[in-house]
Structures are given as structure tokens and as C-alpha cells.
Ligand binder design. Structure first.
Ligand code: ZN
Ligand code: ZN
Length: 423
């Protein structure tokens, strides 16, 4: 290298050192100067997000994955939460914790959430309800959220299993060949929650949240620094809409396996949400949901074992958001826990939990049978920390299902334009 080259390197080093020292000394002043630009950008982003709720600009269905994990604490995935924006409404399906946070981090207008639909009463699906209700109110929500979910089980005479239930192969049949419902039927009067039944439903949870969050609501709504009426306490809470299950109070079933029951229709009739029973025993009742708008259909499976009725309930869905568990990986994990580490209780726990979910290959079969156009995997377990694990997770699925398979990640968004053929 010549003298000229060395001079250049020296000059560059000097510039770098001067810039570095300058940055060290002035960075606070520089950041303070830049702050207004950052704030303006953030506010513009929030304003722009409001337009997502304009049905003229966006007449189709938007699906947002706000939580794609399981009950496990996963650095990459929040507990299950899927949001749908359609016909000017902001709907949320489950939030086990972290879902609302994801929606807010990604700039969605959570103060416009109108309805929440709970698939079932497992904590990884409803554990975030307090935060969802409270923080969307703090962000300026002006209306109560309507929350739909399982009714209390007052009678334990349900036909608990669909005929295809994997419970049959779990070895829990009685000698008479019928499914063994012992554990649930062993509940006694002592287990009854007064006024709520054996397994309390969504109303019980809403009443409890109203009590738990009352101090916060009182404190915030009495803040004199905010305009009067900004924090209206009555807006902070949910209105519960229990979905009757198959057989309440000895009456004929409201709806049975494989049937769709409309649980919400918008005033203009353009947006319809239907519920269907899924097999997630012993968490009964458990539901999946089908959202229909603009000639499109999005189906959310909830937690379920392999369910043949998915073919009917998710028939021709544009997007099927289905829970997925890779049993090959679960088996490997339980083998190590059992044989190498002697952690038998952990292994039993993993096996037991996995048996109430759907193996990835069965998810592919369900999507293929339903004729779904796109399959989005959520409730992803075990965790998929890197690309290799993600590839292993979906291995073999594309040989069964011929549509597009997406391994869901928190923050993913899909937009379905209206189906021109069907209006
Ligand atoms: Zn569950
Ligand atoms: Zn779950």
C-alpha cells in the first residue's frame, strides 16, 4: 500500500473517531432533537391504523396472528390470540396473555375492539382477558366489549364425545365400550359453584374480572387530569354472552357435533360469526369459530383433537387457522424426559397435554378434507426456535394438503379481498 492509501485510512480513522466522540458527547441532544419526528411518525401510524376499520377502504377480512403459542412460556410466541377485522369491527378470538400487547406493539387500534370470542376456558386462551379489557379501555375505548364463550355446565349429561373422538384410542373406554366420563361425572354437589354450575362459564369469569379490576377502574376514571367522561367506568367491562352447549337443563341440544350455530350477526347482516363444537375433552364445551364476510370465510379451530367434523365446519374456508402440535417432536421430548432424565411427571404432563391437540399431519388432512384455500398454523408446540425446527415442524404436511401452508408467527397479517363472485 502506498503513502496515499495510508493517508486515506488515517483520514477515515480520524473521521470515525471524531464522529464517535461527537456521538458520545451529543447523543442525548441529538435524540431529543429527533424525538418529535419519532412521535409524529408514531401518531401518523396510529391514525393510519384507524382506517383498517373503514369497511369502504377495506371491505374484506383481515386476519392478524397476535399469539401463536401454547401454555408454555415461549420467547417467540404469545399465548393464543387471533384478531379479525371485518365490516368495520375489530374481533378477537382468545387471548391467553400477550395477545393484546402484540396488537398494540404492531399499532392496531385496540380501543376499537368490539367483540371477543373465547374458544374455551383454558387459561392459555382466556388468561389475558383482564389486560385486554383494561388496556383497550386505557387506550380510549368508548364502548363495552361483548364477550362470547362457553356457558356454565349445569348438567353433566352431555354427549361428551363426538363418535370420532380420539378419546376412544386413549384407552378410556368403559367395559361397555362407551367413553369413560368418570372424572367429570365424579364431580359432586360440593364442586358446584353456587349460581354457576359445575364448570363455570364466561359469565362467571366476567363477574370475577369486574371485581378484580374495579380498583384500577375507579382510580383511572377519577383522574382529574383527564377530560371529564374520558374514562367512563361502565365502558371498561365486558358484557357476557354465554353460548349454550349441547344439552342444558335437560332440553334438546341447541346444536350438535358438526353443526354451525350463529352467535353474532352485524346489524347490516354482512358479518356473521358461527360457533361449532370441537373435541378438547375434558375442557367441555370447547368451540371453534367461523367468520363470514364479503363472500369470504375464516375458520379458527380453537383447541381440538383430530376432528372429522372440521371438514364440514371449515368447508371451503379461505383461511383455516388451525392449532398444530408436532407429535413426532413431542414423542422425542417425552422420551428424553422419561428415559434420560427420569422426569416422569414432566413427560406425563407433555403426553397428556399433547393428546388433546391435533398432530400436524392430521391438521393437513383436516384442511385437505375441508377444501380450505390456505392453512395457517397456530398454537404451535413444541416451540420452533430456528429455521431447521420450523422445517421439521411442518414436515410431511405438503404431501397431504395441497393449499398454502403458513407456520404462523406473532404479528403476521393476512388480508382477504371480497369475493367478487359471491358479493
Ligand atoms: Zn386448551
Ligand atoms: Zn390451548
Amino acid at each position: 500500500m502506498g503513502k496515499r492509501g495510508l493517508k486515506w485510512i488515517g483520514a477515515l480513522l480520524c473521521v470515525a473517531v471524531v464522529a464517535g466522540v461527537g456521538w458520545m458527547l451529543l447523543r442525548e441532544q441529538i435524540m431529543e432533537r429527533l424525538l418529535p419526528y419519532g412521535i409524529k411518525k408514531a401518531v401518523r401510524r396510529i391514525d393510519a391504523a384507524e382506517t383498517l376499520l373503514d369497511p369502504v377502504t377495506y371491505p374484506g377480512i383481515r386476519v392478524i396472528l397476535a399469539g401463536t403459542g401454547t401454555p408454555l412460556a415461549d420467547a417467540d410466541r404469545s399465548h393464543p390470540c387471533t384478531a379479525v377485522i371485518a365490516n368495520g369491527e375489530f374481533l378477537v378470538f382468545d387471548d391467553g396473555g400477550g395477545g393484546l400487547r402484540q396488537l398494540q406493539i404492531h399499532g392496531y387500534p385496540t380501543h376499537r375492539i368490539t367483540r371477543v370470542f373465547l374458544t374455551h376456558m383454558h387459561s392459555d386462551h382466556m388468561g389475558g382477558m383482564g389486560a385486554l379489557c383494561d388496556y383497550s379501555w386505557i387506550y380510549g375505548r368508548k364502548k363495552q366489549i361483548h364477550i362470547y364463550g362457553p356457558n356454565a355446565s349445569n348438567l353433566l349429561t352431555h354427549s361428551l364425545y363426538p363418535p370420532t373422538s380420539d378419546e376412544y384410542v386413549h384407552g378410556t373406554k368403559t367395559t361397555g365400550g362407551v367413553p369413560d366420563t368418570r372424572r367429570i361425572n365424579e364431580l359432586t354437589e360440593d364442586d358446584l359453584v353456587p349460581g354457576a354450575g359445575y364448570i363455570p362459564g364466561v359469565k362467571y369469569m366476567v363477574d370475577g374480572l369486574a371485581k378484580a379490576f374495579r380498583p384500577d377502574i375507579i382510580i383511572r376514571s377519577s383522574n382529574k387530569q383527564m377530560p371529564a367522561g374520558f374514562y367512563e367506568p361502565t365502558h371498561a367491562f365486558f358484557v357476557a354472552h354465554p353460548i349454550p352447549d349441547m344439552d342444558t337443563a335437560g332440553k334438546a341440544p341447541d346444536f350438535g357435533w358438526g353443526e354451525l350455530k350463529t352467535v353474532y350477526t352485524s346489524d347490516d347482516g354482512r358479518l356473521v360469526v358461527k360457533a361449532f363444537l370441537v373435541d378438547h375433552y375434558p375442557c367441555f364445551p370447547s368451540y371453534g369459530y367461523r367468520v363470514e364476510c364479503a363472500g369470504r370465510a375464516v375458520v379458527i379451530s380453537g383447541d381440538t383433537e383430530r376432528l372429522t367434523y372440521m371438514a364440514t365446519c371449515a368447508a371451503n374456508a379461505d383461511i383455516l387457522v388451525h392449532e398444530a402440535m408436532n407429535m413426532e417432536l413431542v414423542n422425542q421430548i417425552t422420551r428424553v424426559l422419561d428415559e434420560d432424565l427420569g422426569r416422569h411427571v414432566w413427560a406425563a404432563h407433555a403426553r397428556g397435554a399433547a393428546s388433546h391437540h391435533t398432530n400436524t399431519l392430521d391438521v393437513a388432512r383436516a384442511a385437505e378434507a375441508a377444501g380450505a384455500r390456505m392453512l395457517v398454523l397456530t398454537h404451535v408446540g413444541p416451540p420452533t426456535r430456528n429455521d431447521t425446527m420450523r422445517k421439521i415442524f411442518v414436515k410431511g404436511m405438503d404431501a397431504i394438503y395441497h393449499g398454502r401452508i403458513v407456520l404462523g408467527e406473532d404479528g403476521m397479517e393476512f388480508y382477504l379481498r371480497p369475493n367478487q363472485k359471491q358479493g
